[in-house]
Ligand binder design. Structure first.
Ligand code: SAM
Length: 291
């Protein structure tokens, strides 16, 4: 994304502020860095880290993607040079069992990324079998969706499913013996699908990408790191829509900086297994030829 001195950078997914802190030295004291996250804990953590950061004009705000344009307006920002989205959940969120994102540790079935009210357990106990099947198959891309939804409905007749391991139990008992070797991948897909609905992630993503594209200045760069195919497809399609052959007709276009998305090298994956599913797409906003 080649951040340069004096530029304005918005990190829409501050998380543990790893990327954010890596951008700061490039922006320099005249640069502006705005860190947003829907999770108040991420903002509080970044505020504690701030004293160790190099000089730069820094603003940290709790906001969802759909609220980001409002924050930029409030800050008097009219255009940005750099926009970064690193989607999904952070390691801090997944590794904290009290937040209910992980199928590996027991905890309340919450999965709330921010301070929104919807909880995963309300969906798991409240939705009908058909809706659950639909969610698990489309957002989790899980082939045993129907069996798993049936099992969830059966289990909750014995009492509400309130914890992560109760949901794991419902998933496991639906998986046929021939697929038992694949249990963790199946659990991950089911948890992912419930998490996406709990946090309205697909609508949020669409709104965030469009807002960032609107705010991007000519010559500005935007990067999206996705962790699963639905996110990557959304980023790819949105960028294509505004690309040279896209159906949108404005005086600018989004040009990909690499032909294929950037993925982690084998060495990086060896150090950090979670990087294996990450894909980075970067585009530059450029004047349309002849415009
Ligand atoms: C993968 S982590 C980001 C990690 C970060 N890049 C780092 O270096 O530590 C994703 C973060 O995005 C936040 N997030 C996800 N969806 C969001 C949304 N719609 N609006 C705002 N923040 C969101 C999550 O709360 C989480 O903290």
């Amino acid at each position: 994304m080649q951040p340069r001195a004096g530029e304005t950078f918005v990190d829409f997914t501050l998380g543990g502020a790893g990327h954010f802190a890596a951008f700061l030295p490039h922006l320099g004291p005249e640069g502006t860095a705005i860190g947003l996250d829907r999770d108040g804990e991420a903002i509080a953590r970044a505020e504690r880290l701030q004293k160790d950061w190099p000089p730069c004009k820094v603003f940290l705000r709790q906001a969802r993607f759909s609220e980001a344009e409002g924050v930029l307006q409030e800050l008097g920002v009219t255009g940005i040079d750099l926009a970064l989205f690193d989607l999904g959940v952070s390691a801090f969120q997944v590794d904290d069992p009290t937040r209910g994102f992980s199928y590996l540790a027991d905890g309340p079935l919450l999965m709330q990324m921010g301070s929104d009210k919807k909880k995963a357990m309300e969906l798991v106990n409240g939705l009908g079998e058909r809706e659950l099947t639909q969610i698990i198959s489309t957002l989790g891309e899980e082939r045993y969706a129907r069996r798993i939804a049936k099992s969830i409905v059966r289990k909750r007749k014995e009492g509400p499913i309130k914890t992560t391991l109760q949901l794991v139990d419902a998933v496991d008992s639906a998986v046929p013996p021939k697929a038992k070797g694949n249990l963790n991948a199946i659990r991950a897909r089911v948890f992912q699908s419930i998490r996406i609905v709990t946090n309205d992630e697909m609508d949020e993503l669409q709104s965030g990408l469009l807002g960032a594209i609107r705010y991007l200045l000519l010559g500005g760069r935007m990067g999206v790191i996705s962790w699963q195919s639905l996110e990557d497809r959304t980023a790819k399609h949105t960028f294509k829509l505004y690309g040279p052959k896209g159906e949108k007709e404005q005086e600018w276009v989004l040009l990909p900086t690499t032909r294929k998305p950037v993925t982690a090298s084998p060495e990086e994956i060896e150090q950090n297994r979670r990087a294996r599913s990450a894909k980075l797409r970067v585009v530059t906003k450029a004047r349309r030829e002849g415009a």
